[in-house]
Ligand binder design. Structure first.
Ligand code: MG
Length: 375
């Protein structure tokens, strides 16, 4: 059947996924479990497309808000529509509910997955075609107990991972410096990046950022609060390593402002912030036109959202700094995909099968469900 067939069914799961370790980031902590929303869309031919919303309450929004956006405001725009009307459905979703970018990313992902499965085409083919078949993987170092992160670092080196991102600014400055010294001394093969996740107060930001820049990381990411555009611009002037914006830039609208105010040398691009795979590509293109670099960031995700990000980056040549899709392999106790999210020699492998290429295991969805809404 063609793309004129209707979407007949939409299911939404709210999952709580147990995690292996505590993660401290500048603005908050994740411990015990992370919560995601999974969406499935079924078409008349019985094909199913999948998508994930991966909110973090201190950053993008709450799982409850994503669930409500999908269930109450987006469902009436989707069920009964034609599979091929993705752009129209996404435009209607933008108008129906403000913000809720993770819910819209899940919707876009599920529509693309469904379309790809019907056409027997990978999602990257629907997004402009492939520019790469693997993506360098960065893994975040964020455990408040650095001894535990050393075990992770040993495993990463053994697995061939070549990039780590140190999450900084959640404890004192000495802790950050100690970890950077240890990385340079004991793990010299690793490329190092630093992300403050908005964690620095205005009065301490300059000293801490300048000190960290002495270690010459690949980049320093979002040292101060997302709305501190002027301070970001001044910090950028004060250091000789690239400054990246993450929380300051959600979608193309923020990217335009970030460029005009000169707050960064690069940007972390996430489908959960942009609100769709296409809008994430738009951010990357705006950045490149302005001479800025782009990095493939993520939230606390399962392999399902990783897959969406992987297909988006595979079709976006402007994203040159790799990705951080490490949670499925190094953070979750168990991922939800039927077959593992593929990582080899420190690189994420881009799937070559229809749609996203892998689908969730339904038994695991039911097992980890806090709530399921079916119709
Ligand atoms: Mg970040």
């Amino acid at each position: 059947m063609d793309l004129d067939q209707k979407i007949t069914e939409m299911n939404v799961w709210h999952l709580s996924l147990p995690v292996l370790s505590r993660r401290d980031h500048g603005i908050g902590t994740v411990e015990g479990a992370c919560e995601i929303i999974v969406l499935s869309l079924t078409s008349e031919s019985g094909n199913v497309g999948w998508g994930e919303a991966s909110p973090w309450s201190v950053f993008t929004g709450s799982p409850e808000a994503s669930l409500a956006a999908l269930q109450r405001y987006i469902r009436p725009l989707v069920v009964g529509r034609r599979v091929g009307d993705r752009s129209a459905i996404m435009t209607d979703a933008q108008k129906a509910v403000a913000h809720a970018s993770e819910a819209k990313a899940a919707l876009d992902t599920a529509l693309l997955d469904l379309t790809g499965r019907i056409l027997a085409a990978p999602v990257w083919a629907l997004l402009g075609g492939r520019c790469r078949s693997s993506i360098p993987l960065s893994v975040s170092i964020a455990d408040p107990d650095f001894k535990k992160d050393r075990l992770l670092l040993d495993r990463l080196v053994e697995d061939g991972v070549g990039i780590v991102k140190v999450k900084a600014g959640f404890k004192d400055h000495a802790f950050d410096i100690m970890r950077l010294e240890a990385l340079r001394r004991d793990y010299p093969s690793l490329k190092v990046r630093v992300d403050f996740n908005q964690g620095l107060a205005i009065d301490e930001a300059f000293k801490r950022v300048v000190d960290v820049a002495k270690f010459q990381p690949d980049f320093i990411e979002q040292p101060v609060r997302q709305d501190q555009f002027a301070l970001m611009a001044r910090l950028r002037e004060a250091i000789d390593v690239p400054l990246l914006a993450d929380e300051s830039v959600f979608g193309p609208e923020d990217m335009r402002r970030a460029i005009s105010e000169g707050i960064c040398d690069g940007v972390s691009i996430k489908i959960m912030k942009a609100g769709s795979l296409t809008r994430a590509q738009d951010v990357a293109r705006m950045a490149a036109v302005a001479g800025l670099q782009a990095y493939g960031g993520d939230m606390f995700e399962s392999g399902l959202a990783h897959l969406a990000g992987t297909h988006m980056i595979a079709a976006t040549p402007e994203i040159t700094l790799g990705c951080e899709f490490y949670q499925a392999r190094y953070f979750l106790k168990e991922d939800i995909l039927e077959t593992p999210f593929a990582v080899k020699d420190g690189h994420v492998l881009v799937p070559n099968r229809p749609g996203l290429g892998i689908q969730p295991d339904r038994d695991r969805l039911d097992h980890y469900a806090v709530t399921k809404v079916a119709a």
